[in-house]
Design a protein around this ligand. Structure first.
Ligand code: MN3
Length: 239
C-alpha cells in the first residue's frame, strides 16, 4: 500500500468516526476548559427518525463544540470571568467587561442552551409528563395539549434563528422564545426545557418545514429528565 493510499484510509476512518462512536461521546477539542460539552448518553442515531444522525453529529460535534471553544476563549482573556460557573457568567452578562459580552451572549448562551437540549432528549422519548411537572403544566396552560400547541406556536413564530424555552417565573411555568443564543438565564430565569429552532437543528431532514420538526420533536423528549430539572429548579437551582 502506498503511503498516500494509507493516509487516505486513515483520514477517511477519522472522518467517519463520529458516526460510529459508542454511546459515550468524547468532548471534542474543548479540553482546555474551564467548560466542556456534557457527554451524550445516547448515540447520534438514537433519535432517528425524528432527528437524523448527520444532524446530531454536526450539531453536537461542530456547532456546540464551537460555542464551548468560544466561551473558553473569552474566559481565558478576561480574569473577571475566571472561577465562575457558566450560570454565574450568564447572569452577570450586563456587568461583564464590554469586550466579553458578545462571547457570553453567543458562545456562553450557546453552550448552556445545547447542554440543556441534549439532556432532555433520548431514544425512548415521547409520551407525557407525570407528577408535579404535569400538574404545573396543567395549571399554567390548561392541558398538555394546549401547552404543546403554545410551545410549537412560539417556536414557529421565532423569526430567524433562536430557541423556544419553558422557564420558571416565580411559581409558574412560562413559554418564551429568544433570538440567536440568548438564554433566559441572562435574566436570572431558570430553564425547564427548550427546543433549538435554528435551521442547523432541522434543515437537513426538514428543510424549511420548521413546523414538522417542532411536531416530531416531542417524540424525542425524555419527560423523566425534564421532570428532574423541574424538581431541581423548584428546590432553588438555577439551571
Ligand atoms: Mn443549535
Amino acid at each position: 500500500m502506498t503511503l498516500s493510499r494509507r493516509s487516505f484510509i486513515i483520514a477517511s476512518a477519522a472522518a467517519l468516526a463520529p458516526l460510529a462512536m459508542p454511546s459515550i461521546v468524547r468532548a471534542g477539542d474543548s479540553a482546555k476548559g474551564p467548560f466542556s460539552q456534557s457527554k451524550l448518553t445516547y448515540d447520534f442515531n438514537a433519535l432517528e427518525p425524528h432527528i437524523d444522525t448527520k444532524t446530531m453529529a454536526t450539531h453536537y460535534g461542530k456547532h456546540h463544540a464551537g460555542y464551548v471553544r468560544g466561551i473558553n476563549k473569552a474566559v481565558a482573556a478576561h480574569s473577571e470571568l475566571q472561577g465562575k460557573s457558566l450560570v454565574e457568567i450568564l447572569k452577570g452578562l450586563d456587568t461583564a467587561p464590554a469586550s466579553a459580552q458578545r462571547a457570553i451572549r453567543t458562545a456562553g448562551g450557546g453552550h448552556a442552551n445545547h447542554d440543556m437540549f441534549w439532556s432532555i432528549m433520548g431514544p425512548n422519548g415521547g409520551g407525557e409528563p407525570i407528577g408535579d411537572l404535569a400538574d404545573a403544566i396543567g395549571s399554567a396552560f390548561g392541558s398538555f395539549k394546549d401547552f404543546k400547541a403554545k410551545f410549537e406556536k412560539a417556536g414557529k413564530g421565532q423569526f430567524g434563528s433562536g430557541w423556544v424555552f419553558v422557564t420558571m417565573e416565580g411559581d409558574t411555568l412560562n413559554i418564551v422564545s429568544k433570538p440567536n443564543q440568548v438564554s433566559p438565564l441572562m435574566e436570572g430565569k431558570p430553564v425547564v426545557m427548550g427546543n433549538d429552532v435554528w435551521e442547523h437543528a432541522y434543515y437537513l431532514k426538514y428543510q424549511n418545514r420548521r413546523g414538522d420538526y417542532l411536531d416530531a420533536w416531542w417524540n424525542t423528549v425524555n419527560w423523566d429528565a425534564v421532570g428532574e430539572r423541574f424538581a431541581r429548579i423548584k428546590d432553588g437551582a438555577l439551571i
